[in-house]
Write a protein that binds this ligand. Structure first.
Ligand code: 5GP
Ligand code: ZN
Length: 137
């Protein structure tokens, strides 16, 4: 998939009425639906990966489930297969981005006190292709 690809619209969204798999006002639901612009780098039937607006590392990509789950703990409980897809997609993004052997850091901020600002589950994929990530966490 190229950077210019659009998020695939939901194929089976209910006709009329609210979609129970998305939350009103959620920016990541908006990106998944193609309503909010983002630089997409990968996608599967279950997850979408796009570059973070404010990168904290040379490669900084967010991987999110297409369906709204408030955080990774809820995602693991409600859709563990999607979480596995998210992790695999993060590794693929790191490898495709040039990180040696696909090495990367995968971070899930969970809850406001831990720094979560967007309450749609997402993994931060951080890597430094050709170099080393700053910090030890
Ligand atoms: P959190 O702090 O919730 O773990 O991470 C949220 C991340 O989403 C932040 O790193 C922030 O830069 C990123 N972000 C917030 N709004 C947008 C947006 O509209 N587009 C993109 N690409 N990233 C966003
Ligand atoms: Zn959402």
């Amino acid at each position: 998939m190229t950077d210019s690809d659009q998020a695939t619209p939901r194929r089976d969204a209910p006709a009329g009425g609210a979609d129970p798999r998305r939350q009103d006002g959620c920016v990541f639901c908006g990106i998944v639906a193609g309503e909010v612009p983002a630089e997409l780098v990968a996608s599967t039937d279950a997850v979408v990966a796009f570059r973070d607006l404010a990168p904290q590392a040379p490669l900084h990509v967010l991987v999110v489930p297409r369906d709204h789950h408030p955080d990774v703990v809820a995602l693991a409980a409600e859709a563990p297969g999607v979480l596995a897809d998210l992790v695999a997609t993060g590794a693929r993004v790191a490898a495709d981005g040039g990180a040696a052997a696909g090495e990367h850091r995968l971070v899930f901020n969970t809850g406001a006190s831990a720094g979560q600002t967007v309450h749609h589950a997402h993994g931060h994929v951080l890597a430094a292709p050709g170099g080393e990530l700053a910090g030890s966490l």
